[in-house]
Design a binder for this molecule. Structure first.
Ligand code: NAP
Length: 589
């Protein structure tokens, strides 16, 4: 173990030296970089643009992958369905959209210059500011020339003879590449529920995950909102402030902690900037990749008074760090109950009408087992006279008509309807693409009973196809930018290794994948996460197999495993120097 840790450290620092060397040459290389447009070749009679790496998605993962690929001297193209960079922050532009990880941490760490020069204006950055940051990064690192916007990848097929991926788009273009990186995001396939009559509604329907670019005026309007997850909890106070009347259709209440957002404190910002790299390193040693005050005791190990004081302190400080108060809040049901009850009491305190407070009080899941929300005056919103809470558990929606929503025996006349109904998480964006691996195997078919990956990074049967923050990785349980950076660096290192050893392909082995998925399942079962009907389990999507998708073992453990696998000659992967079908022919001969 000691020797392995040493090798992992050496491996990481070797990578950084290598990266820096490439970076130093980068300016020179830039003049030599051939943009993909000039590399046309013919595949099956079609013109296919050829490059080393095709990256799908220009969010934070895709942009960083492009940056590293370029620095390694590789040709790369990013294909993006939106008209701009930013991924989730491009699409989720609903009023009130804001990150629940502090802005000093929710940003790239790979460039000291970038993290020094960018200034965040608030404790938690709003969507427009994060999008501005993404655009700034794209410009600073000259990423835009290699991103094809307004282009959706429809198919990616592995060509066994050449060991190359052929990627097709809805624009009729094709790209052929040695490596394909799916940087498609974990929460990027917005989910519209199948409600009878929804398509007959006469007013406008907006989905929070696909909010229009043009200003939406709700003043004087009767607005309905469906969904009370993180998006709903953020958008509801904003809608209430604008609408003539807001009807909140709630199926399941959620736990939410006041964000206590505020303007950036100059001294706080400076303290981060003075020691950014040390703080980033410390953050990487924490389970969620977030530098926070992590309680190390059991909630039951301290006297009740002390426990409540700790919850009060965290409630007053604001933010999702509330569930880090004690070490066992997500492991021990009794401990969890103490935190849950504290929050329930706060809801009853804030909401004036006791019957409304009761409806808003979550009772069906442990606190934190569903992604905990951070809000700005969410519960207070239900004290407004222009807000009505409709409980769908007792009055389910029977239909939507051209005029509004029928729930139970009541009818709600509406001018517009906001769907804050979430996402087909972790697998949704991938399943929208027809991904075909070796011998015609499709990813959709392979994942019919739930996603299978090794480390969330690759799936057996799909050589040279990498997934950033895929199912089986900690991603959605972390500061996702940290998870993205670690995954992208691992992929870049892996590609550098393949080049070094003349590897034609790399592929996860079936057995490594099975063992990893078993580990993912086992770690989750040792926690309270599996006791909630959440999108982590996929149960928000009708027909989706109930499989707990993220790895809950924490980012440092996961990263250690990823690094050890690499240092150990990519244990659990097979690397071939010939294309898979040539190898198969040789075996069969
Ligand atoms: P979500 O957590 O999946 O919530 C969806 C909501 O829609 C739930 O309240 C759900 O009710 C309701 N819903 C879905 N289908 C319904 C139907 N047919 N009828 C009635 N209600 C229905 O989705 P989200 O709020 O978009 O959040 C997803 C994730 O995105 C978050 O957990 C978080 O990771 C991320 N996010 C983060 C931020 C942030 O950083 N602040 C903001 C927004 C989103 P049930 O619970 O009963 O299914």
């Amino acid at each position: 173990m000691g020797r392995l840790s040493f090798l992992v450290r050496a491996h990481r620092s070797f990578f950084w030296q290598l990266r820096d060397a490439y970076s130093a040459e980068n300016l020179q290389r830039k003049q030599l970089v051939q943009h993909t447009d000039v590399l046309d070749g013919r595949v099956d009679g079609e013109v296919a643009r050829s490059c080393d790496v095709v990256i799908v998605g220009a969010g934070f993962a895709g942009m960083y992958m492009l940056y590293l690929a370029r620095n390694m001297g590789l040709t790369a193209v990013v294909i993006e369905s939106a008209s701009g960079v930013g991924g989730t922050w491009f699409w989720n532009r609903y009023p009130g959209a804001r990150c629940d990880v502090e802005s000093m941490q929710y940003s790239y760490s790979f460039s000291e210059e970038l993290q020094q020069e960018w200034h965040w204006t608030e404790r938690y950055a709003s969507q427009p500011e994060i999008l501005a940051y993404a655009n700034y990064v794209a410009k600073k690192f000259d990423l835009l020339p290699d991103i094809k916007f307004n282009t959706r990848v429809t198919r990616a097929a592995f060509q066994e003879e050449e060991s190359r991926w052929l990627v097709s788009t809805d624009q009729g273009t094709q790209y052929q590449a040695k490596w394909c990186v799916m940087a498609t995001g974990c929460l990027s396939a917005a989910q519209t529920p199948k409600i009878p009559g929804l398509d007959t509604f006469d007013g406008r329907i907006y989905h929070t995950g696909n909010w229009p670019h043009e200003a939406v005026s709700l003043s004087g309007k009767k607005v309905g909102v469906l969904g009370t997850g993180s998006s709903g909890i953020q958008v509801i106070p904003e809608l209430a402030a604008q609408a003539k009347h807001l009807y909140v259709f709630q199926r399941t209440p959620n736990f939410s902690i006041p964000a206590r957002n505020k303007p950036m404190d100059a001294e706080y910002e400076n303290s981060w900037k003075r020691s950014y790299s040390e703080r980033r390193e410390k953050a990487r040693s924490m389970p969620a990749g977030i530098l926070c005050d992590l309680g190390d005791k059991s909630a039951l190990a301290v006297p009740a008074e002390e426990r409540v004081q700790e919850y009060q302190r965290r409630w007053a400080a604001g933010g999702t760090g509330f569930t880090a108060a004690f070490a066992d809040l997500l492991k021990n049901a009794e401990s969890n109950r103490t935190a849950a009850e504290f929050v329930r009491e706060r809801i009853r305190e804030v909401v004036k009408d006791p019957s409304v407070a009761e409806l808003l009080t979550p009772v069906d899941h442990p606190i934190g087992a569903k992604r905990i929300c951070a809000d700005t005056r969410y519960f207070e919103t239900f004290n407004r006279e222009n807000v009505t809470l409709v409980d769908l558990r007792t009055n389910p929606i029977s239909e939507v008509t051209p005029e509004g929503v029928a729930a139970g025996s009541d009818f709600y006349e509406l001018d517009c309807l906001v769907l804050a109904t979430g996402f087909d998480a972790m697998t949704g964006a991938l399943s929208k693409i027809d991904i075909v691996g070796r011998q015609g195997l499709t990813l959709k078919e392979k994942w019919r009973d739930g996603p299978n990956t090794f480390l969330g990074l690759m799936s057996a049967g799909f050589p040279n196809l990498f997934i950033v923050t895929g199912p089986g990785s900690p991603s959605v349980l972390t500061n996702v930018i940290v998870a993205i950076e670690d995954n992208v660096q691992w992929i870049a290192r892996c590609i550098a290794h393949l080049i070094e050893v003349d590897g034609r392909y790399i592929e996860a082995t079936q057995s490594a994948e099975e063992q990893w998925m078993e580990q993912v399942r086992k770690v989750a079962e040792g926690t309270l996460y599996t006791q909630a009907k959440s999108w982590y389990l996929g149960v928000n999507i009708p027909g989706k197999p109930a499989v707990f998708m993220p790895y809950v073992g924490g980012l440092p453990t996961y990263q250690q495993i990823c690094d050890e696998v690499a240092v150990d000659g990519y244990r659990g992967f097979s690397i071939g120097t010939q294309s898979p079908c040539v190898e198969r022919r040789q075996v069969n001969a």
